[in-house]
Design a binder for this molecule. Structure first.
Ligand SMILES: Cc1cc2nc3c(=O)[nH]c(=O)nc-3n(C[C@H](O)[C@H](O)[C@H](O)COP(=O)(O)OP(=O)(O)OC[C@H]3O[C@@H](n4cnc5c(N)ncnc54)[C@H](O)[C@@H]3O)c2cc1C
Length: 431
């Protein structure tokens, strides 16, 4: 027997679960498929090693979906200050006060209560699953992968690995960077692997919950601090945090081979002195980082959203924020198609989605590289003036602040001259 839906969403990660909920709120019938079971949450348990900085825009979207109150009931840490600075040593390092090499944003001076929240991915995902479950328009199929996809005249048939068959007018691939749906639809990607990896550490430190997230740029890569919640009565005076150390894979492999106490000592020594005293290492993991962009966002009756369409350097924590923007745009396009009584897979409508989202996602990918280069002093000014043109070079003294504002989701727009600069960094043109 084949179950029929308007839309099948494959991948119930943060982006897929948000899309399924939003589409069901619009009145669509949605099949939501994930190979993994529901994410767990235990209040006493140590935090998920995967955390994300959710922007205020993402917060508003999660509020509309009915997931935000549940997220804050579980765990979410607001940050009110955000700082980035250059720790690259050069001959004048000791003479230049940090205020000249640092950019700091403060919610108060920007007239807002906070800049964003650090939330464990499993918390966001669980709240979205609960919002989806509360909507009768969503039917879950979990614990099974899609093994085949067949496009017919008016719909697509998906076959799961337990032989369940589902038919839908449109399939949304929200199954992450290694998307199987993207492969089954024959959509290729342009991919660039960075020389660095990201090592993430879940730690406790001595001290109160912080309201700042910061990142110091070193020649080998940035080192970042993301604040989390209090460690509770079992560990009085201690607080959880997530640390990220970007470096060459060999260097990270050596660090990961250390005992917990030696690794904590190495972190304490290598991180900026702003890092509080670390008391405990709970988990460590490293992630390869790549810039990857799908060559098309749709093909036939399949459309991509979130990491299946694009993965970016996690440097400024924008990956899922972009995915949520894809989700909102795709929802609006499909709502309009339904209002006009049109086929949900109408290529003109899906092209409208791609026209809106591709340039925005590409701009953020390029900005991550510009951001990295500006803070690690990797662009020699003379070379810049010669190759990037005078306009871009003149913009440089103001660039750090403006690029950081955009990269971290404080500004919506990157000034035109900086967009030009980003697009002229070698090796970025093919995305
Ligand atoms: C170190 C690091 C730090 C990051 N920090 C941030 C941050 O601070 N802020 C931010 O915005 N982003 C951050 N990101 C990026 C963010 O994690 C991703 O952009 C986000 O997880 C993408 O969500 P998604 O739902 O598109 O895909 P995923 O989270 O990858 O979810 C995909 C889902 O699809 C399911 N699935 C996969 N294959 C199949 C299949 N064949 N069949 C059925 N189901 C399948 C999976 O089980 C999963 O549930 C970071 C990434 C890294 C690596």
């Amino acid at each position: 027997m084949t179950h029929a839906y308007d839309i099948a969403v494959v991948g119930a990660g943060m982006v897929g679960a948000a899309l399924a909920t939003g589409l069901a709120q619009e009145g669509f019938t949605v099949a939501l498929i994930d190979r993994a079971p529901a994410p767990e949450f235990t209040p006493e348990a140590a935090p998920d090693i995967r955390v994300s900085a959710l922007s205020k825009g993402s917060e508003r979207y999660l509020e509309q979906l009915g997931a935000w109150p549940q997220i804050t009931r579980m765990r979410a840490t607001p940050y009110r200050r955000l700082a980035v600075w250059d720790q690259t040593p050069h001959p004048l390092s000791n003479l230049i006060p940090r205020k000249f090499t640092e950019v700091e944003f403060d919610a108060t001076s920007l007239g807002t209560s906070h800049l964003g929240h650090i939330v464990e991915n499993s918390v966001t995902q669980r709240a979205l699953w609960q919002a989806a479950e509360a909507n009768t328009g969503v039917t879950f199929f979990t614990g099974h992968e899609v093994s085949a996809l067949t496009e017919n005249q008016d719909d697509v048939t998906l076959t799961l690995d337990n032989n369940t068959r589902l038919a839908a007018a449109l399939v949304i691939g929200a199954d992450g960077g290694q998307s199987r749906i993207r492969d089954l639809a024959g959509i290729g990607v342009t991919r660039d692997q960075y020389a660095q990896q990201a090592m993430v550490l879940s730690v406790r430190y001595q001290g109160p919950v912080e309201d700042i997230t910061w990142q110091g740029f070193f020649p080998s890569g940035p080192r970042a601090f993301l604040p989390l919640h209090s460690a509770g009565a079992d560990h009085p005076g201690e607080t959880w945090a997530s640390l990220v150390w970007y470096d060459a894979p060999e260097q990270l492999a050596q660090l990961k081979a250390l005992s917990d106490s030696d690794l904590l000592a190495a972190v304490q020594k290598a991180f900026p002195t702003d890092l509080p005293l670390l008391t405990h290492l709970d988990r460590k993991a490293s992630f390869p980082i790549a810039r990857q962009h799908a060559n098309h966002y749709f093909s036939g009756r399949v459309v991509l959203a979130g990491d299946s369409a694009h993965t970016i350097n996690p440097l400024a924590g924008q990956g899922v924020n972009l995915g949520f923007q894809d989700a909102q745009c795709l929802q609006a396009v499909l709502k309009e198609a339904r209002r006009a009584n049109d086929d949900l897979a109408n290529p003109d409508r899906l092209a409208r989605y791609e026209r809106q989202r591709r340039p925005a996602n590409r701009r953020m990918m390029l900005t991550m590289d510009l951001f990295y280069h500006l803070f690690s002093n990797r662009i020699p000014p003379l070379h810049l003036a010669r190759n990037l043109g005078l306009g871009a070079a003149r913009a440089l003294p103001f660039a750090r602040n403006r690029v950081a504002r955009y990269a971290m989701g404080i500004d919506d727009q990157l000034p035109a001259v900086l967009s030009q600069l980003a697009s002229r960094i070698p090796g970025l043109n093919q995305l």
